[in-house]
Write a protein that binds this ligand. Structure first.
Ligand code: SF4
Length: 472
């Protein structure tokens, strides 16, 4: 609430508005912004209550259109009744507008969670669609038409999900939306309608709570239909899936089972663009024909096609990207090893699981072994992060089997700083990495999706707005 001062939002949810929170008891460590302290600074319970009333007012007046205030009716563990905030009653007495009161039972949590998920997904979609509006005006490539059609299908799927949540006649809603989408989108995009899984989650699991216990045994319904289970009964995952699961199993579940779109930040999106530029450049020209002019020509064309440069931040990124490529090329031309593979895929079999990935670059060294290089577009990492990161360990294990080569050097290449940092891995560390991958696959198969709350990861998680774990 303190941080919301001066901000406004279309809809505001003020949750857990209990009397023990608003006003609560006076505590020395509670920090009230100076600008709210019009009372004398002697902290009695009365002045504390007056300050908390102002804070409650601040929270309520952040809403431009809708304000939802909620509080629990009891504490589940002890059954102790909870008193709602006295400020709610004061508010009800003070305004003429009718207060709409609704009690949400535990069994309807799925609807609350699903509604939040659908809203968040829709917001993410709209943000992406706005970012891609240039495609609609300037369709220069068949793939852009695909993107537009896919986004249209996604949009109606979100709308359908929203309608399904409250509909009693779900079959009628399904038919209506599928008809609309069918008329708008021709095959093969109509497949997107059928493949959309969020709808299935709402239909099949309506009675299930979003709250996570982390114990597979307590799950009434299996999620396996929504997971990438292969014909051998194991998982088929990408390296980034494994890394996401390692970071937070619940975030993985949001991605795979609830199909929450994860949109990269502008910086990460630009990083993908730089990767694509390098991929195009290296696939078009062998090292003997590589020149800076050719590289920058691909880069400039990409900037134009993507219509980058509309904001100051984008202009800065473009300059940084060009500068990075100017530094990259001389190092590439002078590299000791012979760059032989770019963006080469692997398919690593580990028991009955399959791990798929793609190595940015592999250089053949003088002794016949290889250096695996992973391009990064963000800031360079601290040695600890390099040491602990799983990605190059997985690459190293995977290419041994999949490409039948011996990688002796592993490096992260931080393009924006033109800094290549070696990532040394002992055989023991690689064994640990293999065990981690295996246990991640097994845990996913046995549906272990407990949240891993971490201050940094949660802050940047796309699912934080609907994650029950971050409410505590
Ligand atoms: S917000 Fe945190 S706990 Fe929740 S899904 Fe994201 S990373 Fe996991």
């Amino acid at each position: 609430v303190h941080k919301s001062k001066g901000l406004e939002f279309k809809i505001v949810f003020l949750i857990a508005a209990t009397d023990s929170a608003f006003p609560g008891r006076r505590r020395g460590e509670v920090k009230i912004p100076k600008e709210l302290l019009k009372e004398p600074k002697s902290f009695t319970q009365a002045t504390h209550e007056a300050e908390m009333r102002r804070l409650f007012y601040v929270a309520c007046t952040r809403a431009k259109e809708e304000l939802y205030i909620s509080y629990p009716l009891e504490v589940t563990a002890t059954g102790r009744p909870i008193k709602r905030s006295r400020f709610i009653d004061e508010l009800a007495d003070a305004i003429d507008l009718p207060l709409i009161r609704a009690e949400v039972s535990a069994s309807s949590q799925i609807n609350v969670g699903a509604l939040a998920a659908a809203r968040a997904a829709e917001a993410v979609f709209l943000k992406t669609a706005r970012g891609n509006d240039s495609y609609i005006n300037d369709i220069e490539d068949e793939s852009y038409a695909d993107i537009v059609a896919k986004e249209l299908a996604d949009y109606f799927n979100f709308k359908k999900s929203r309608a399904l949540i409250s509909a009693t006649d779900k079959a009628a809603v399904l038919k209506k939306f599928d008809d609309i989408i069918g008329r708008l989108i021709n095959s093969p995009y109509s497949q997107v309608v059928k493949a959309e899984q969020f709808t299935a989650v709402i239909l099949n699991k309506a009675s299930e709570s979003l709250a996570e216990s982390g114990e597979a045994a307590s799950k009434p319904v299996s999620y396996l239909d929504f997971l990438p289970v292969n014909e051998a009964g194991g998982m088929t995952l990408s390296v980034s899936d494994i890394i996401l699961y390692q970071k937070c199993p619940l975030a993985f579940k949001f991605k795979y089972i609830y199909q929450i779109p994860m949109v990269p930040s502008p910086e990460a999106d630009f990083g993908i663009f730089i990767h694509n530029v390098l991929q195009r450049f290296h696939s078009a020209y062998p090292r003997s024909e590589a020149t800076l002019e050719k590289l920058l020509s691909i880069y400039d064309k990409g900037v134009k096609v993507r219509r980058l440069g509309r904001t100051t931040a984008e202009k800065q990124l473009i300059d940084k990207g060009r500068h990075a490529l100017q530094l990259y090329l001389p190092d590439f031309l002078a590299a000791e090893g012979e760059p032989v593979f770019f963006e080469r895929e692997f398919n690593w079999r580990i028991k009955n699981h399959r791990i798929r990935g793609r190595v940015d670059r592999a250089d053949k060294l003088g002794d016949g072994t290889y250096e695996l290089i992973d391009y990064k577009s963000g800031k360079s990492w601290q040695p600890k992060q390099i040491r602990e990161d799983l990605q190059l360990s997985i690459y190293s294990l995977a290419v041994r089997q999949s490409w039948e080569i011996e990688p002796t050097l592993l490096s992260y290449y931080f393009l924006m700083e033109n800094k290549k940092m070696p990532a040394l891995r002992t055989p023991e560390e690689l064994e640990v990495a293999q065990a981690l991958v295996l246990s991640a696959c097994e845990d996913i198969l046995t549906e272990k999706f407990a949240p891993k709350v971490d201050f940094i990861n949660c802050q940047y998680c796309d699912c934080r707005v609907l994650c029950p774990a971050t409410e505590v």
